[in-house]
Design a protein. Sequence first.
Length: 237
Amino acid sequence: MVRTPLAAFVGLMVVFLTLPAWSQEVTADTINRMVAEKLQSLLVSQGSELRVEEVRYRYALRLPDGPLDCMVETGTLKDNSGQHSVAVALLVNGKTEKRLRMTVDLKLEFQIPVIKQIVQRGQMIGADDVVWQTVSLTRLPPDLVRDDGEILGFAATRRIEPGVALRSSWFERPLAVAQGERVRVLVASEPGLMIEATAVALEKGRVGDVIQLRNPDSQMRYEARISAPGTVQVGTW
């Protein structure tokens, strides 16, 4: 049977009308922005300290007409900064239309204590020397100071500039006893009874250190633990 031109035209129109309306062009910038916002929202809801620095997708897409949304898979993300690959589903009218693998750059962002003004080597750190600051890091140093309790009352081992991320290796407990110093010796003889004496420190040390002492009268040597500046205790460990 020979089809008439009108019948052929009607057939083509039926096929055309049953195809989806690919009338929406979505730019790469739009996709990147949408994915960044979704991913950041998910990270915040999970209590992560990671922040989205950049999403890098380079192509525009033609999608059916309708409201756009996306789903981002965060299960494969490790809790560290740097470059990651994430699975993304682009949705139109709530239906998945395109699945992609996208590269995202993440940074760690959190609050840390920093020094307000220049600290010189040997300077003790007090509460007035410290301020809290939000920072973004691409790499988390293993000895990063996250709590001011790690440095308050400690002495700086180097010059420290204000506003920089602090490392625990830059601080040490201050000396509580100097070598050659005469110290107060507390001896626990029985519960509730403490005998006090004086000795000469043969070593320098900090609170908690065990050092060698010499009795100035008998010249006998023994060990004691430093309990406070200028004070040691015997028989307490």
